[in-house]
Design a protein. Structure first.
Length: 655
């Protein structure tokens, strides 16, 4: 293999073309229409994006400049124009959609609430006025640490309305993680709640906020607290104010502040390889444009849709496909506060049935976790309203893709497998569902205007089909991150230095098949070096999950004197976990299965059986934790964001 790429050992040949019934009424209905978009982008890259910016965004001051690359890799788009993001999400819909549902909310206990576009606009204006009364102005930073309730979107939109820069911190993060983000952003105000509800428990958000501010966050002058659970909490005089009191007596109208196209809309922190969070900074116009057009192209959004993206707004998926993209398109969104298995494994499907969800977008981790409970749970519910399925967050293995297709989509819904990142702002590689045939496990092709490629160590395009390499983007795009907040050097070092500032380095390995379809092979950091072969973890995990006994699997490497690295697998079975997490018979069967599926080189040396994989409350597998466990190292990292900390004993083979 040498330095030319990463070995790919997984093959998938099934092909699912879009149905004529879907294509006939799709926003992009034909190959000729999609080809026209690609051709426009290829012939006039800047003009392509400028035309979309003019047609899809409402400008206070129209732009005349498109792309500034003079200080690359710090790019500027539409940089002499001015607009307001909140106006583009709310005000422009009021004439035709004031009474249309904007948000349909359901709490874990079953409480529901619907906000029309008119009502959401009034709530946003009232809260924007409340923020101004607390001294928040253009450019000030506001940290939002909230449960998944409509007020979280209200707070985000209110910040956008007055030009404040929001930084949403996921409600599952610890007080220490919250403190780090408050201090790095230099936040003036924190918006939180007395608590949130998840998994039948109350998450103590205000308690964590108080702890964070006790040890740091000296820039914070005000804490606004939403009463969500009604539990008793301490309120600090002179600093803390209830949401209801903050908005009392404020008008339900507020002029939208026009800001420069490049004005930072938000900072969103993502974990770095060193463990120190990176504050990803996104612009206003370019970011919003990316979310608007991808919501149209990838989700085929239309006025009658009910769109449910299950992501929390504490993550980029919740920003782009809950708070901004669908609302800017005038869609109806669903928000659910709670766990997918409360009160039982049918909760997601009951929400879909009850609210007539038409587009359902969730993570492979959620799909695999729900697969474990079998087909009977989704079979109890009428899912006929769903017309499009989506997946996001990590590569989806073919077995989970097929279950999603058969059991949830009933073999009639296109599946859009989307690759993108916090840093990209919007979807980059995904099928356009009315045109592009799909393959289980592939995110298919880059969208129009996205110059993604797979390159080798020297930065040259890998032309050989199915040879893995580095996933890069060769041209700037409007929704890209602008920098790392307060750390331009780290921005350049992390994303641009590897190939001499020519390409954006995504940090993922990928391959391209003979049809030009992209397959994500995992993070570059997760590549295993087994006996001279560099293997992507995703392919080994896919082989394991394809076995009928296996519900989920995560693979990491551990040092090996002979192979360099040996493969260590953590496996969740569909049935009962073997006592002590070990079963030689099952292990032998799974090792032989992997050998048959993809070759002896990928055969796990160790398999440990657990009830669940260690996931954050957002559903992401904590792979650094698994690597430490596989190597027999002491657990020193913060585990407070684990959905279930009790799983650690099983992972260590102690239960």
């Amino acid at each position: 293999m040498g330095n030319d790429g990463i070995d790919s050992i997984l093959r998938e040949h099934r092909l699912f073309p879009p149905s004529p019934a879907f294509s006939d009424i799709a926003r992009v209905p034909s190959a000729s229409r999609l080809d026209a978009l690609y051709s426009h982008a290829a012939a006039d890259y800047e003009g392509f994006w400028a035309a979309l910016a003019r047609s899809e965004l409402n400008w206070t001051k129209p732009f005349s400049k498109i792309l500034d690359s003079t200080k690359a890799p710090h790019f500027r788009w539409f940089y002499d124009g001015r607009l307001n993001v909140s106006y583009n999400c709310l005000d422009r819909h009021l004439e035709k959609r004031a009474d249309k549902p904007a948000i349909i909310f359901e709490g874990e206990k079953g409480d529901t609430r619907t906000l029309s576009y008119g009502e959401l606009h009034r709530e946003v204006c009232r809260f924007a006025n409340a923020l101004k009364a607390q001294g928040v102005a253009l450019g000030d930073r506001v940290v939002i640490y909230m449960p998944m309730v409509p007020e979280a979107v209200v707070a985000m939109q209110a910040c956008a309305r007055i030009g404040a820069i929001h930084s949403v911190v996921f409600g599952g993060f610890s007080a220490e993680a919250l403190k780090d983000r408050i201090e790095d952003a230099g936040a003036k105000v924190v918006i939180t709640a007395d608590g949130g509800q998840r998994g039948g428990k109350i998450i103590g958000l205000k308690v964590a906020c108080d702890k964070a501010l006790k040890s740091g966050g000296k820039s914070v002058t005000t804490v606004i607290v939403l009463k969500r659970t009604g539990q008793h909490i301490a309120m600090k005089s002179g600093r803390d104010i209830w949401w209801s009191e903050a908005v009392a007596d404020h008008a339900d109208s507020c002029d939208a502040v026009a800001a420069d196209a490049e004005h930072p809309l938000f900072i969103l922190y993502t974990s770095g390889s060193t463990g120190k969070p990176k504050g990803i900074q996104h612009s206003s116009a370019g970011y919003l444009l990316g979310t608007i057009v991808t919501t149209q192209w990838v989700f085929d959004i239309r006025d009658s849709d009910v769109f449910w993206c299950t992501a929390d707004v504490g993550w980029i998926t919740g920003h782009s496909y809950v708070a901004y993209g669908p609302l800017a398109n005038g869609a109806t969104i669903v928000m659910y506060e709670g766990a997918p298995t409360v009160p039982d494994a049918g909760r997601f499907w009951s929400v879909c049935e009850r609210h007539k969800v038409t587009i359902f977008y969730t993570a492979p981790t959620a799909i695999r976790a729900l697969m474990k409970f079998g087909d009977s749970w989704p079979g109890k519910y009428d899912l006929s309203s769903i017309r499009l399925l989506g997946t996001v967050g990590e590569p989806i293995n073919p077995e989970a893709w097929m279950w999603y297709h058969r059991t949830i989509g009933r073999e009639r819904c296109p599946i859009v497998d989307t690759w993108w990142q916090t840093e990209t702002g919007a979807i980059m590689i995904a099928p356009v569902p009315g045109v592009v045939p799909t393959k289980p496990g592939s995110c298919t092709r880059p969208l129009p205007g996205i110059a993604a490629d797979v390159v080798n160590e020297q930065g040259n395009t890998i032309t050989k089909p199915d040879q893995g390499g580095y996933l890069v983007v060769k041209r700037p795009w409007p929704s890209m991150l602008r920098t790392i907040w307060g750390d331009d050097d780290r921005y350049v070092e992390t994303y641009w230095k590897r190939f001499g500032k020519r390409y954006y380095l995504a940090g993922d390995s990928a391959r391209r098949d003979a049809d030009g379809y992209f397959w994500i092979m995992g993070r570059i950091d997760d590549v295993l070096n087994v006996a001279g072969h560099r293997l992507g973890t995703m392919e080994v995990e896919s082989a394991l999950v394809a076995h009928p006994m296996v519900a989920e699997a995560a693979v990491v490497g551990r040092p090996d004197d002979v192979k360099g690295e040996a493969i260590f697998a953590f496996v969740v079975l569909r049935g009962e976990r073997p006592p002590g997490g070990v079963d030689d018979k099952i292990t032998g069967e799974l090792r032989n299965w992997v050998t048959d599926q993809i070759g002896a080189i990928a055969k796990p040396s160790d398999i440990r059986y657990v009830d669940n994989l260690p996931k954050t409350r957002s559903g992401k597998i904590m792979r650094r934790l698994l690597r430490s466990l596989a190597r027999g190292e002491q657990i020193t990292q913060d585990t407070s964001t684990l959905e279930n900390e009790a799983i650690l004993a099983q992972l260590q083979g102690k239960a």
